[in-house]
Design a protein around this ligand. Structure first.
Ligand code: HEC
Length: 148
């Protein structure tokens, strides 16, 4: 018998994989690709927030991190083609039915991300914090309208 924690380590991936989400089986897997792109964006974005909240603003690090986010900012959008609203997506139908609003939310995010890079270059903690909050607001606004 494996020891209990080993057993758990063996079983956990199976449990997680079995959460009942259908796999993205479409050619090119657009849903899986855009979700992976958003997860990368989150991974780049979160450490900046942690740094600011903990009061450990590191200007050099922030310059690098803001650019990492900017490099990823364009990545999810090509995967929102017209016929890609199907399980396991969490995108709302409004992404396609209110395409202009979605495009506006996307532009807001791209502008906020550029402004964050500029703020990082300023090395001014207050500007950086405001710019970070603006990016955060742009994620949230879009999710409220377009993501379940
Ligand atoms: C213009 C709209 C928009 C913006 C801006 C946006 N998102 Fe999203 N996001 C979406 C949509 C739509 C989905 C759902 C995608 C799907 O399931 O097909 C999503 C999904 C996600 C997911 C879930 C991925 C998964 O595994 O299901 C994460 C994490 C995420 N976004 C993080 C972020 C972060 C962090 C930001 C800002 C730094 C951001 N998003 C900005 C629209 C947006």
């Amino acid at each position: 018998m494996p020891r209990p924690h080993l057993l758990l380590a063996l079983l956990l991936p199976i449990v997680l994989a079995g959460c009942g989400e259908p796999e993205d089986t479409r050619p090119g897997q657009p849903v899986a690709h855009r979700r992976a792109a958003f997860n990368k964006i989150l991974k780049a974005f979160e450490p900046m927030g942690v740094q600011l909240r903990d009061g450990h603003y590191d200007a050099d690090k922030f310059v690098t991190q803001s650019r990492q986010l900017a490099d990823l900012a364009d990545s999810p959008w090509p995967y929102f083609a017209a016929d890609t609203h199907y399980p396991p997506t969490r995108a709302k139908a409004a992404v396609w039915s209110e395409a202009e609003r979605f495009e506006k939310a996307r532009q807001d995010f791209l502008h906020a991300t550029k402004a964050l890079v500029a703020a990082a270059d300023s090395r001014n903690a207050e500007q950086v914090k405001q710019a970070y909050d603006a990016v955060h607001g742009s994620c949230r606004n879009c999710h409220k309208a377009f993501k379940d």
